[in-house]
Design a protein around this ligand. Structure first.
Ligand code: ATR
Length: 272
C-alpha cells in the first residue's frame, strides 16, 4: 500500500488524512495517510525515517516545518522557491525528494471554482507571512492588474515584495489603503485564528470589493468575513476550499490523478 503522511507540530487538528482518503477512494487508490507529530528539533530525522520505507511516496508538511522542508528537498518547484517554503514532498523512483508548494495554486483554484476572474483585477493582500508568500506567484500568474501587500509590520511586506520583485507587486502603506479600491481583498494573516480582525483593516477597504477571501476557516464565518460583508463586500469566502484544492494538487503530484474536490469540501463543511 502506498504510504503518505502529514508532518507538523501541532498536528492533531489536521483534516488532511480525511481529505486524502476521500481522494484515494474517488480515484480508485488504496493508501495509508497518517498524522505525524514531529518534535520541534527533529524534522529531518522524522522525514528520513518516513522515506526509508519503500512504500512511502510523499508527504505534506505544515507549520512550523515548511521552510525546513524547502531546505531539505533535493530540488524545489518555482512556487516553492518563490515561497521559500514547501508543503508537499514527493520521492521519485531513484529516491530523490522533490519539494512543491501547492498552497497558492489551491487558493487560485478555489477562486476560479467560485467564478472569480483574476485577470486585470486589483488585489489587496493583507499579511506578509508564509501564507502570503505562498500565494503571490500563483496570483501573479493569473495576470491581475496589481497586487498591493499590506502588513502590520511594513518592513516584512517590503522584504517579501523586494524578494519576489515583480512590476505588478507593491507594498501599500496604511495611509494609502483606503484609496486602493481593491476588487478582491485576501486576508492571509493569522488574526482569524484568534478571532480578530487584522490590525489596519477599515470599512473603506470593502467599498469596491467584489470578493473578500479569508484563508482561515472554521465552523462559523470568520470575523473578517462578517466585517467585509457589513461594509459592502459583495461576496465572502473562507479558506476551506483552498485547503482541499492544495491537497488535491499534492495528490496529483503523488499519483498523477485528479480527484474530485467538490464532495470533499462539502463533506468537511458539514462535518468538521
Ligand atoms: P503564516 O505562515 O500563517 O502566514 P506567519 O508567517 O507567522 O504565519 O505570519 C503571520 C502574518 O499574520 C504576519 O503577516 C502577521 O503580521 P506581522 O508581520 O505584523 O506580525 C500577521 N498578523 C498576525 N496577527 C495579526 C493581527 N492581529 N493584525 C494584523 N496582522 C496580523
Amino acid at each position: 500500500m502506498k504510504k503518505f503522511a502529514v508532518f507538523g507540530n501541532p498536528i492533531a487538528h489536521s483534516v488532511s488524512p480525511t481529505i486524502h482518503q476521500m481522494f484515494a477512494k474517488n480515484c480508485g487508490e488504496t493508501i495509508s495517510y497518517e498524522k505525524v507529530l514531529v518534535p520541534l528539533d527533529d524534522f529531518e530525522q522524522a522525514l528520513s525515517s518516513f522515506f526509508s520505507d519503500p512504500m512511502a511516496m510523499g508527504c505534506n508538511v505544515t507549520v512550523p516545518f515548511k521552510q525546513q522542508a524547502f531546505e531539505l528537498a533535493s530540488d524545489n518547484s518555482s512556487a516553492a522557491r518563490a515561497a521559500q517554503a514547501v508543503n508537499t514532498l514527493f520521492k521519485d523512483g531513484s529516491g530523490d525528494i522533490h519539494g512543491y508548494n501547492t498552497d497558492g495554486m489551491g487558493l487560485v483554484r478555489d477562486l476560479i471554482a467560485h467564478g472569480t476572474e483574476l485577470k486585470d483585477k486589483r488585489i489587496l493582500l493583507i499579511g506578509a507571512g508564509g501564507a502570503a508568500r505562498g500565494a503571490i506567484m500563483p496570483l501573479i500568474d493569473e495576470s491581475p492588474a496589481s497586487i498591493a501587500v499590506f502588513n502590520r509590520t511594513r518592513s516584512k511586506a517590503q522584504e517579501m515584495v523586494d524578494t519576489l520583485s515583480h512590476d505588478r507587486l507593491a507594498v501599500i502603506d496604511k495611509h494609502n489603503l483606503n484609496d486602493f479600491a481593491a476588487d478582491i481583498v485576501i486576508n492571509s494573516t493569522s488574526a482569524s485564528l484568534s478571532n480578530t480582525l487584522p490590525d489596519g483593516v477599515s470599512p473603506q477597504l470593502f467599498t469596491h470589493c467584489e470578493l473578500a477571501y479569508d484563508m482561515a476557516y472554521g465552523k462559523s464565518r470568520t470575523v473578517f468575513m462578517g466585517y467585509a460583508q457589513q461594509h459592502g463586500a459583495r461576496k465572502q469566502l473562507d479558506g476551506l476550499g483552498m485547503l482541499v484544492e492544495q491537497a488535491a494538487a499534492a495528490f496529483t503530484i503523488w499519483t498523477d490523478k485528479s480527484p474530485d474536490t467538490a464532495p470533499v469540501i462539502q463533506f468537511l463543511r458539514d462535518n468538521v
